[in-house]
Design a binder for this molecule. Structure first.
Ligand code: PMP
Length: 431
């Protein structure tokens, strides 16, 4: 165990040198992480319901991933794929092309972050279609670069003061708000469909509040896209890599996107993202039109290959399905007991609860209080949604039943606390 002041010391030092705009939702300074547990430098343990924002689906420090990274690091770490290429991205591309929905020929390009994947998917879609416009959705989140921030829906904190924004982005309501018939109307009132390169959608919205669309929505949406020569770009950055019980959430509806963006849990914490798409679209761009110094980094690609092996060997998809059922039953229990819980939302193991005030309004402050309470008692949870009142759960699939029970004890106690009720005894509070 390190000194008692570790967290505070590092927090104070961080405030001096890291810009204020780059905040963290907790104040534990991590020393190690394993499976579903994070440890800080004071020896405190936290159950991790955030997974580094959906990055650690197979758990922290999986030994096979650690081994793959070590092996590659000892060989070489960077030569730049655009200068002296190597085989790991080729092998990974072959596997991703086979794993993603769509039986057609595909090509795969690697990038470093989710935002960069979305940027490149849009670049490629515009190039292929020779059309400028992009349709996105309310409550969408696609990243923080100029283009992806412009595509993102929520003003504060993501866009406030950061304009002017990228042009030719049109936003429509998502799934449960308005059916895809709205798209036809949208073409009358907002944008000429012949000017639209792509519709970009998260199959289950992440930062926007874990919103799953009604059945049939994506089938109809993509049908309209198809009729209009508009590409469908599926942002699977948060919903992918098994989180909803399928490798990619869009598989729930049998839809084959033209381009798919993958990141987060793809490489279990190494910065890696990918655009997987129809061959003729991906190949339309001229020589050297795509790239980047670090893209297709060999260490990150080897980590991702190990992740895919772990998915197969340890039946991670099945683990995700079972976890989703357990999470749902725990959350439904909470929804029955606590009026502050307005409902359970999401799909598979991508679930959250909506917190509401007595008058039905979004309980933004209470959601923050719940997250703080949970953290102080050894559970890391995240809030999301346009009103900041959705508590979302993204635990690793390898979380144990004991850890789950302990986490839900803490959550329940936290809900009692913020509801102003007598707290049930908190047997499980972390030390
Ligand atoms: N798209 C979605 C759906 C996301 O959830 C995120 C990250 N939360 C991004 C894009 C951006 O990814 P990154 O932070 O790696 O740029």
């Amino acid at each position: 165990m390190k000194s008692q002041g570790w967290n505070k010391n590092w927090h104070d030092a961080r405030l001096e040198i890291i810009p204020n705009g780059h905040t963290s939702s907790t104040t534990c300074y991590v020393a190690a992480a394993q499976g579903a547990i994070i440890r800080d430098g004071e020896g405190n343990e936290y159950i991790d319901f955030a997974g580094g924002i959906g990055v650690m689906n197979i758990g922290h420090s999986h030994p096979n991933v650690v081994a793959a990274i070590k092996t590659q690091v000892e060989k070489f770490t960077h030569t730049c794929f655009a200068v002296a290429p190597y085989d790991a991205p080729v092998r990974l591309a072959q596997r991703l092309a086979a794993l993603t929905p769509g039986k057609f020929a595909k090509k795969v390009m690697f990038l470093n972050s989710g935002a960069e994947a979305v940027e490149n998917a849009v670049k490629i879609a515009r190039y292929f279609t020779k059309r400028p416009a992009i349709i996105v959705f309310e409550n969408a989140y696609h990243g923080r670069t100029l283009l992806t921030m412009s595509m993102t829906s929520k003003v504060k904190p993501y866009k406030l003061g950061f304009g002017p924004f990228a042009p030719e982005i049109y936003r429509m309501p998502y799934g449960d708000a308005v059916g895809p018939d709205h798209l036809k109307d949208f073409f009358i009132k907002n944008v000429n469909p012949e000017a639209v390169a792509a519709v970009v959608a998260e199959p289950v919205q992440g930062e926007g509040g874990f919103v799953a669309p009604p059945p049939g929505y994506f089938q109809q949406l993509t049908q309209i896209c198809h009729e209009q020569g508009i590409l469908f770009i599926c942002d699977e950055i948060q919903s992918g890599m098994g989180r909803t019980g399928r490798m990619f959430a869009i598989e729930h509806w049998g839809v084959e996107p033209d381009l798919i963006c993958v990141a987060k849990s793809l490489a279990a914490g190494m910065p890696l993202s990918a655009v997987v798409g129809r061959q003729e679209i991906m190949d339309s761009v001229h020589d050297a039109g795509l790239g980047g110094t670090y893209v297709a980094n060999p260490v990150a690609c080897e980590a991702a290959l190990a992740v895919l092996d772990v998915f197969e060997r340890e039946d991670m998809l099945n683990k995700s399905v079972i976890l989703g059922q357990k999470l749902r039953s725990h959350l439904e229990h909470l929804a029955k007991r606590y009026p502050i819980v307005g409902g359970v939302r999401g799909l598979g193991a991508m679930l959250g609860i909506e917190l509401i005030e007595k008058d039905g309004m979004s309980a933004t402050d209470l959601a923050k209080q719940l997250a703080t309470y949970c953290f102080e008692n050894g559970l890391i949870i995240l809030v999301c949604g346009s009103y900041g009142n959705i508590v979302r759960l993204l635990p690793p699939f390898v979380i144990t039943d004991e850890q789950l029970a302990k986490a839900f004890d803490i959550m329940e106690s936290g809900l009692a606390h913020i509801s102003g009720r007598v707290q049930p005894s908190l047997s499980a509070a972390a030390q």
